[in-house]
Design a binder for this molecule. Structure first.
Ligand code: DX5
Ligand code: ZN
Length: 231
């Protein structure tokens, strides 16, 4: 499995975003995770395409944009145009998910589906062959710094099995409460893209925190690969 660390700028100092991203990159960040909130789908407001555009100018790694908004069809194009390489849309707000995924792919971005903790995996069954990645929320979206919901690990395991059944090697991304205490169990369960806000940008040394988290994830991934090769 290929581990990718995606630090979430939600926990960064917005007055120093460029510096924060550079520090995370020095620590081995593979992506920069941008949380977009509209005050409707989630009870919080964050940033829009202008901030993505500015980040695109300074980031050396791809931008992973997580749309926590009620009308992603309306705004997807603006985010891809601004520089999003990966776009995640929530299954809870999309009655025509295939159409949305096709639309995002047509814009030239990787199309992913995000799923809330209380939404059952069966909601993804019919699109399992079509997703470029799946983002499993391991907290209720809206805020950084919340505690990891333990049930998320078994959900990741079941999702990996679902994607494998569909013949889709798409990676699973996990988002919420990921830190040195929780990263091992989500990687063991099958997560490959690890979003972390407070654990990276809330640390006094951003690069060191990213490096430590990535190392812990790599260790769990190596153990998982070894276990799989013995089977
Ligand atoms: C939550 C966001 C997350 C958040 C994670 O709604 O989607 O990306 O920034 O923050 P931590 O890592 O602090 O839980
Ligand atoms: Zn997120």
């Amino acid at each position: 499995m290929t581990i990718r660390l995606a630090p979430s700028i939600l926990a960064a100092d917005f007055a120093k975003l460029g510096d924060a991203v550079a520090a995370a990159e020095r620590g081995g960040a593979d992506l920069v995770h941008v949380d977009v909130m509209d005050g409707h789908f989630v009870p919080n407001l964050t940033v829009g395409p202008p901030v993505v555009r500015s980040l695109k100018r300074v980031a050396r790694v791809p931008l992973d944009v997580h749309l926590m908004i009620t009308d992603p069809d309306r705004y997807a194009e603006a985010f891809v145009e601004a520089g999003a390489s990966m776009l995640s849309v929530h299954v809870e707000v999309l009655p025509h998910l295939n159409r949305t995924l096709t639309f995002i792919k047509g814009l030239g971005a990787r199309a992913g589906v995000a799923i809330n903790p209380s939404t059952p995996l069966v909601m993804l069954e019919e699109v399992a062959a079509d997703v470029d990645h799946v983002l499993v929320m391991s907290v209720n979206p809206g805020f950084g710094g919340q505690a990891f919901l333990p049930r998320s690990a078994s959900k990741i395991r079941a999702l990996r099995a679902m994607l494998d059944r569909a013949g889709n090697p798409a990676p699973i991304e996990v988002d919420g409460g990921i830190d040195l205490d929780t990263v091992g169990e989500v990687v063991t369960a099958g997560a490959e893209i690890l979003v972390a806000g407070s654990a990276v940008f809330g640390a006094p040394d951003i690069a060191a925190a990213a490096r430590a988290l990535r190392a812990a994830a790599e260790q769990a991934a190596a153990a998982r690969d070894e276990e799989a090769s013995r089977r």
